[in-house]
Design a protein around this ligand. Structure first.
Ligand SMILES: Nc1ncnc2c1ncn2[C@@H]1O[C@H](COP(=O)(O)OP(=O)(O)O)[C@@H](O)[C@H]1O
Ligand SMILES: [Mg+2]
Length: 113
């Protein structure tokens, strides 16, 4: 992941933000979602390059996404800063969850001009 961000010549700050968000979301897929997949892709908005990450799992899902996004909420008695933190670290953040079927989180980091 860091290699991809380096190849697109992200600033070191943006690279760190991207990798930190990815690690929180990957941890969630493992810890709360029972494991899943991550895919990475280069994307373009006009001439602006970016990186998109998709985390998908087929775990228990999230009944109340707004609550899950709230800083400090954790069903696992951990810090509860992963989702909110990840959202603040990337350019775009989208989460879809179907209780009982799984969760998909997609994030994009656009390269700053
Ligand atoms: N992939 C997931 N599958 C199921 N529940 C999730 C997933 N990701 C997050 N959650 C729920 O959202 C809550 C908040 O997530 P997060 O902010 O990362 O905090 P933490 O991981 O410390 O609990 C989790 O406690 C869990 O209930
Ligand atoms: Mg977490």
């Amino acid at each position: 992941m860091s290699d991809w961000a380096t190849r697109l010549a992200f600033s070191s700050v943006d690279r760190t933000k991207f990798v930190t968000a990815a690690s929180e979301l990957g941890r969630n897929a493992l810890v709360h979602g029972g494991g899943g997949t991550m895919t990475i892709a280069e994307v373009l908005k006009g001439e602006q390059p970016g990186l998109r990450l998709d985390f998908e799992d087929e775990g228990k899902g999230i009944a109340d996404v707004a609550q899950a996004m709230t800083d400090g909420y954790s069903s696992a008695r951990s810090l509860g800063l992963g989702l909110g933190g990840a959202r603040r670290l990337v350019s775009e953040f989208n989460i879809i969850s179907h209780p009982g079927r799984g969760t998909r989180v997609t994030v994009i980091q656009w390269k700053r001009r």
